[in-house]
Ligand binder design. Structure first.
Ligand SMILES: *Cc1c(COP(=O)(O)O)cnc(C)c1O
Length: 405
């Protein structure tokens, strides 16, 4: 028996949803994509959602839409998956690491403010383990310095901050649907926003920067959807066909499309979105189960002086992607290895990103985030996923406690 640290939960309805798409006309860009986007947008209470190939592509697209480019700096957390910083490098900008708070393990707003320079363009806060960052404070800093917030909520689908759903607060928020996350599409991701201009950029970026939408073609190289066009412009050119009728020499033919930007092929498929739609139906159940397991872990460890359980602020409601504890007074590696030997798939989230050889090679040798490095020495993630049984959890708890005697 091996208990992984995270695992998807797939039922018969999920399987049927994917099989139906396989029997339909569309395997990739079909009706399931918009349906999935709408379902997530409605759940969060946000105007726009763009489903995309994976969470990393979502971060890349968001950085692009934010206009991040050469000579810009973007502030993020070192206690995260590498993608939160790599997306900045994809846009040729420079990641700057602000330290995390000792208690919540989330990026420390005060250190964000210390790291701001006249090159800073955006902040990528990460809702680590599913607990939202101090978004009010980060928002305040962002407004003061005119910065864009791209929230990496890969851990935080279904979480909330001061009663507001994660995804409805920042300029753009990204999610991942990798199998260990709250819901899965195999690979998959999404960006949500209330800003129509950003939405349009994100959509173009997903498909090579190519469009055949009339509203784009009419007004050439500018991003403008029909709704945002001035009334005058709308009167001038009601449709591409009219324009071409009046100006037949411009008429190329009904195949016409244009590439307006340098985008990528970051499409998600209808098969994946059908799975996502079906998974969304159980998101509430998934989160409830995760919360119950966390409660049980917390209770079991409340009398252990050698374990620090994850601290939660009373105005945040985590959706609990990870259960991360600190091991004190013992050698973390030894405990980790013994748990693995016992068939328990513990993990460590995360190695501070700037310590990786690649980052060391590109100028991060002198970066030091004290809290991140201290915490990293003690972190262990225990298994947490909806299908983890109470019996398995008891085994994990008993095994760990017996090692700390
Ligand atoms: C999973 C994850 C991502 C990337 O998501 P993928 O879908 O695997 O590309 C980004 N940031 C964080 C914090 C993650 O945990």
């Amino acid at each position: 028996m091996y208990i992984p640290y995270g695992h998807q939960s797939i039922n018969e309805a999920d399987i049927q949803a994917v099989v139906e798409v396989l029997k339909s006309d569309f395997l990739t860009t079909g009706p399931k994509i918009e349906e999935f986007e709408q379902k997530v947008a409605d759940y969060i209470g946000v105007n726009y959602a763009v489903a995309i190939a994976n969470g990393t592509a979502a971060l890349h697209a968001a950085c692009y839409a934010a206009g991040i480019s050469e000579r810009d700096e973007v502030i993020t957390s070192p206690i995260t998956f590498a993608a939160s910083a790599n997306c900045i490098l994809y846009c040729k900008a420079r990641p700057v690491f602000a330290d995390v708070d000792k208690e919540t393990y989330n990026i420390d707003p005060e250190d964000i403010e210390r790291k701001i320079t006249n090159k800073t363009k955006a902040i990528i806060p990460v809702d680590f383990t599913g607990q939202p960052c101090d978004l009010d404070r980060i928002l305040e800093i962002a407004r003061k310095h005119n910065l864009i917030i791209i929230e990496d909520a890969a851990h935080a689908l279904g979480a909330s901050y001061k009663g507001k759903k994660i995804g409805s607060i920042s300029d753009m928020t990204i999610f991942s649907f990798h199998p260990v996350k709250h819901i899965t599409t195999g690979e998959g991701g999404m960006i949500v926003t209330n800003d129509q201009k950003l939405y349009e950029k994100l959509k173009l970026f997903r498909t090579h920067g190519i469009t055949r939408e009339e509203s784009y073609l009419l007004h050439g190289r500018e991003w403008k959807s029909q709704e945002r066009m001035e009334e005058k412009e709308q009167k001038e050119e009601k449709s591409l066909k009219e324009k071409w009728k009046r100006d037949p020499k411009d008429y190329q033919g009904p195949w016409y499309y244009e590439q307006l930007e340098l985008g990528y092929n970051y499409r998600i498929t209808d098969m994946q979105c059908a799975l996502g739609i079906s998974q969304m139906d159980r998101l509430g159940i998934f989160i409830e189960r995760r919360k119950k397991l966390v409660k049980q872990y917390n209770k079991a460890f409340s009398d252990c002086a050698d374990i620090v359980i994850p601290k939660q602020l009373n105005y945040t409601e985590s959706s609990w992607h990870l259960y991360v504890i600190q091991i004190l007074n013992y050698n973390r590696r030894e405990i980790f290895e013994k748990l693995r030997e016992a068939g328990i798939g513990v993990n460590v989230h995360y190695i501070p990103v700037y310590t990786f050889p690649y980052y060391q090679r590109i100028g991060y040798q002198n970066v030091y985030c004290k809290n991140a490095e201290e915490l990293y020495k003690h972190f262990i993630s225990l298994p947490l996923y909806p299908d983890l049984t109470d019996k398995q959890q008891s085994y994990i708890i008993d095994t760990l406690k017996s090692l700390l005697k």
